[in-house]
Ligand binder design. Structure first.
Ligand code: GBH
Length: 440
């Protein structure tokens, strides 16, 4: 029984990559340090009314200046893996052209510090901080952005590629499309579904070209995308709800998984695009072959399921966290992982994000419960043969939560923004023991 298993404990496979995640704009600060150029998020967060209380990533958790302290924190927790992103405009201040050596050096020092502490670096190339100079040339609406991204990937993968073995191209292209280009709630603040889908295609093309650019560097290692996925369920047992659920699965999951892993868009998703939709013209012959360039792994980010009504709407069936969009359903992670294996084969998976915001400063028993329940679901999937290699909690540190500013704390380590003091929360102490025991 489940409770007997809980008493006995659940052991994970040997070498399981216990990790934590962050992203550049959310933790680094140092917005103008050492020649960094602005990204769309600098401009967006400095625009009045776009983020909660006017929060920006100017300082954030000041990780750019405190990386050694943070490295020691990671070592003390016993982390095996650390997933972070590289700020494109720190390396290339205008997005292309001359490399800012000081910017790239920061990531060399960080990677060296990880390796010295026995922690495996996992690098995300794009976690939403498009260089502002490229935005002024159209950003992801411009097909050329895919090429600019691949050129940047080539620089970074070559430079760090003798030390780093695991690469992720895009973080959550779905969120860029839905929140950045449709709702306009994230940078670049566009509200146009037709434009959004064009940008979405160019993001996928950028993924494919970056995979190819990585291979062309000749560096050893593995590369894939990090996708946020939501298992979809009918809200009731009507045929209409079932049909709408299939469509919603197309939008939430297959629209991203199929191109990346199978080299095609799902027919039912394409059929939702009107004959004159600009995305149709944006898809050129050969693009899907590029996008479907062989991935070595897939990063899976799971936060919530989606329940779909007969009219295609959404309802929530479980309690939410402080983030009103996040209803908690740990079994959804099991459903998601086993479904990926069933429909897409045996590609190695790693959970690149999972977690919650807690209103409890350091006494975050709610987070411990959520992490334990999701790890239980992941363990069940592993027992059933899913090739799950690791788990990265979102997030290592409290940080800049995009449009929510600093009002949601997602870290297992508390950050006092007045002093930048780090304090381990109860969840960090719990996670340290999980890692030490290799299980829950
Ligand atoms: C991830 O997004 C991000 O990768 C990470 O940077 C972020 O800090 C973390 O999760 C926590 O949010 O405001 O109603 O429009 C998670 C997926 C998809 C969740 C978009 C928020 C917007 C809902 N996100 N969603 S709404």
């Amino acid at each position: 029984s489940a409770s007997a298993a809980a008493r006995a404990g659940l052991t994970f496979p040997e070498g399981f990559a216990w990790g934590a995640s962050t992203s550049a704009y959310q933790v680094e600060g140092g917005a103008t340090a050492d020649g960094r150029g602005p990204s769309v998020w600098d401009v967006f967060s400095h625009t009045s009314g776009k983020t909660r209380d006017g929060g920006t990533g100017d300082v954030a958790a000041d990780h750019y200046h405190r990386s050694y302290e943070d490295l020691d924190l990671m070592r003390d927790l016993g982390l095996k893996s650390y997933r972070f992103s590289i700020s494109w405009p720190r390396v290339l201040p205008t997005g292309r052209g001359t490399v800012n050596a000081k910017g790239l050096d920061f990531y060399h020092r960080l990677v060296d510090g990880l390796l010295a502490r026995g922690i495996t670096p996992v690098i995300t190339l794009f976690h939403w901080d498009t260089p502002q100079a490229l935005q002024e040339s159209g950003g992801w609406e411009n097909r050329d952005c895919a090429k600019w991204f691949a050129d940047y990937a080539s620089v970074v993968c070559y430079s760090l590629g003798d030390k780093v073995q695991t690469w992720l191209t895009l973080n959550e292209p779905k969120t860029v499309v839905e929140v950045g280009y449709t709702a306009g709630v994230h940078a670049p603040g566009v509200r146009d579904r037709r434009v959004a889908n064009v940008a979405g295609h160019h993001l996928l093309l950028g993924h494919g070209l970056a995979v190819q650019a990585f291979r062309a560097t000749g560096r050893k290692g593995r590369i894939g995308a990090a996708l946020n996925l939501s298992p979809t369920y009918p809200a009731d047992d009507s045929d209409a709800a079932r049909r709408q659920t299939t469509l919603a699965d197309g939008e939430e999951n297959r629209r991203w998984l199929d191109p990346v892993l199978l080299g095609r868009y799902p027919d039912d998703w394409l059929a939702t695009q009107s004959p004159d939709a600009p995305v149709r013209a944006a898809i050129h012959d050969g693009d899907l072959a590029v996008i479907g360039s062989k991935s070595d792994l897939l990063g899976v980010q799971y936060y919530n399921p989606a329940y779909i009504t007969a009219k295609g709407g959404r309802v929530q069936k479980h309690p939410t966290t402080q983030a009103s969009w996040q209803e908690v359903y740990p079994q959804g992670l099991y459903d998601l992982l086993t479904r990926i294996k069933r429909d897409y084969g045996d590609i190695p998976l790693t959970i690149t994000e999972n977690g919650m915001p807690s209103v409890n400063a350091t006494d975050d028993e709610d987070r411990i419960t959520l992490l334990r329940d999701h790890l239980t679901a992941a363990h069940q999937a592993i027992r059933e043969g899913v090739r799950l290699e690791g788990y990265h909690v979102w997030s290592l540190l409290d940080n800049f939560e995009w449009a929510e500013g600093y009002t949601q704390r997602w870290g297992i380590v508390h950050v006092d923004y007045a002093t930048q003091r780090r304090t381990r929360k109860a969840s960090a102490n719990w996670y340290q023991q999980v890692i030490a025991r290799n299980g829950i």
